[in-house]
Design a protein around this ligand. Sequence first.
Ligand code: 5RP
Length: 218
Amino acid sequence: MNQDELKKQVAEAALDYVEAGTVIGVGTGSTANHFIDGLARVKGRIEGTVASSNASAERLRGHGIPVLDLNAVDEISVYIDGADETTRHLHLIKGGGGALTREKIVAAASRRFVCICDQSKLVDRLGAFPLPIEVIPMARSLVARELVKRGGRPVLREGFVTDNGNEILDIHGLDIMDPVALEDELNNLPGVVTVGIFAIRPADILLLGTPNGVETLS
Ligand code: 5RP
């Protein structure tokens, strides 16, 4: 099985977590896209979705799946999304697709967060994947200097503007020993909108696609 087939396998497995008659949070990226395509087959069973990006909202609507404004929704039963890295503690790095802010919001608004990954995303320690940080454009250099002080090498994601009109710094070379503490610390830097560490609110369930089937961690 190639990586895309593993992503599709794990996205299909996530359909078992879709609760009938509820609103579902839907993530962003190629794994989430497979989930959206599968969700189309059972769309009559759900009330609607909240999307974590304009791209996912467009794909959902393309399948005739209702996309709701989070402000109009009381509860999201489950959030299904991929990740760039995950540990066995279900701490994640997200934001490779640049949608980390809305992803963090939808995850926070959801009763359960089911993360769907192929096995290549599983690591012992976060940080080999450059950590995305969404920043207010005027604070880009200020935040970058703070990350250099912490041993990182910030690289501006050239030509990329988030759905919220901001920029992304990708921080290379960080060895993330304590994801909860680093997320908390970086959240407090002026100009930081969202840090791509999802550890303060980790995933609740990890579905991992392997050639031997889907492994479930919680
Ligand atoms: C987007 C994300 C994605 O979940 C992450 O980049 C994984 O993407 P893919 O499923 O394409 O491997 O955080 O901001």
